[in-house]
Design a protein around this ligand. Structure first.
Ligand SMILES: *Cc1c(COP(=O)(O)O)cnc(C)c1O
Length: 379
């Protein structure tokens, strides 16, 4: 049995008619740019994230870029972030002219390690960008404490974490000053193309993002600031409005799948950290379950590359998130990092492997995945 890493047909099949009807309504109205579907989605997604304001934008990357622009970050500024993320997290910091400063991750959650932030702060530090990696919130309380002490802004990269919760049920994106979501097709809430959203409780900041989203013109053709075209398409918003109604259901199916993997890996005697290290299901130092939304289910294994090849031969999808930490990317050579600087992130890049976790995955498919991994490790 082949098991794909992601199966969007399975997601779209039951809602295909509703999606097509939503697209047709937009075509009938010819309102492709910032139509009412965008506004409706903004209100719904902001409420979903417990934020006062939502601003639909063209991608998760542009959500980060326009947030950094709205906060006025630029040359001379340093921004602390994690080396273990999708490139856009760091790329946008560089694109506004600021300098990313990478701080190592916690060995278990693989999120930014708050205990290591203090040592990276200089008089030029202006902001912290934690990433809620794979769908699990970074440890935000100590991050917010350090930010308050040094008057730094906190920009959450919640691209993988819509609906993820932290401690007393605060939701990803509205915990810091501003949050960035992605609707890339493989995210938990995925468009049929690119899309993103900025969420925040700060109305002045939201207004600034809205201004920059349309070239900084207000009124049109009178430019108060230099912005860009960062708009979310009405067509994508109309599709997302259909899909948003199913998001809770899909998320609980992902969580169910995660629990089944935990049982299966135990059943096949693959856990206990040897050879397979499973993602943490419960927040460290806390009795409160961390509401992980499992955008990815990342195991850590020795001989990762060989295992991935083995799975590929059996037609089982698996992907590495990520193979190279950001501080060691070629484009950042001038920042002067060398291997060994951020050992936890570097180790994670050697060991991590994402296996299928999408909502519609069946128990049979999950057994196929775990059985193949057991075979590889001779269990
Ligand atoms: C997907 C992702 C982004 C970028 O989102 P796009 O919509 O693809 O531009 C940024 N950060 C993280 C952590 C992501 O996973």
């Amino acid at each position: 049995m082949s098991v794909p890493l992601l199966d969007l047909n399975a997601q779209h099949e039951p809602i295909r008619k509703d999606i097509l009807a939503a697209i047709e309504r937009v075509i009938d109205k010819n309102s492709y740019i910032l139509g009412e579907e965008v506004k409706i989605l903004e209100e719904r997604v902001a409420a979903y994230c417990q934020a006062r304001c939502g601003i639909g934008v063209s991608s998760g990357t542009d959500a980060l870029l326009v947030s950094l622009m709205a906060l006025g970050l630029g040359p001379d500024d340093e921004v602390i972030t994690t080396p273990l993320s999708f490139f856009a997290t760091a790329g946008c910091i560089t694109r506004v002219g600021a300098t990313p400063v990478f701080v190592d991750v916690e060995p278990d959650t693989l999120n930014l390690d708050p205990q290591k932030i203090q040592a990276a702060i200089t008089p030029r530090t202006r902001a912290i960008v934690p990433v809620h990696l794979y769908g699990q919130c970074a440890d935000m309380d100590p991050i917010l404490e350090i930010a308050a002490e040094h008057e730094l802004v906190v920009i959450e990269d919640a691209a993988q974490a819509i609906g993820a919760e932290y401690k007393d049920r605060r939701r990803a994106g509205s915990i810091g000053n501003i949050g960035c979501l992605s609707f890339f097709p493989s995210k938990n809430l995925g468009a049929l193309g690119d899309g993103g959203m900025v969420v925040t409780n700060d109305e002045a900041l939201a207004d600034r993002v809205r201004l920059l989203r349309t070239q900084g013109g207000r009124p049109k053709y009178y430019h108060q600031a230099v912005g860009g075209n960062f708009r979310l398409d009405t067509l994508q918003a109309s599709v997302l409005n259909v899909k948003l109604s199913y998001l809770d259901q899909w998320t609980s199916m992902r969580q169910q799948n995660a629990m089944r993997y935990e049982q299966l890996f135990t059943q096949y005697q693959l856990t206990g950290n040897d050879p397979v290290h499973l993602p943490p299901a419960v927040y460290r130092d806390s009795q409160v379950p961390h509401y992980h939304i499992y955008n990815q289910f990342i195991i850590r294994v020795p001989k990762r590359d060989a295992l991935r090849e083995f799975l590929k031969e059996q037609k089982i999808g698996a992907e590495i998130y990520y193979p190279v930490p950001l501080h060691l990317q070629e484009c950042y050579a001038s920042l002067g990092y060398v291997p060994g600087d951020l050992p936890q992130a570097e180790k994670a890049c050697q060991e991590n492997l994402g296996i299928p976790i999408y909502p519609e995955l069946t128990l049979d498919q999950q057994e196929t995945v775990v059985r193949a991994i057991a075979e590889f490790f001779d269990r």
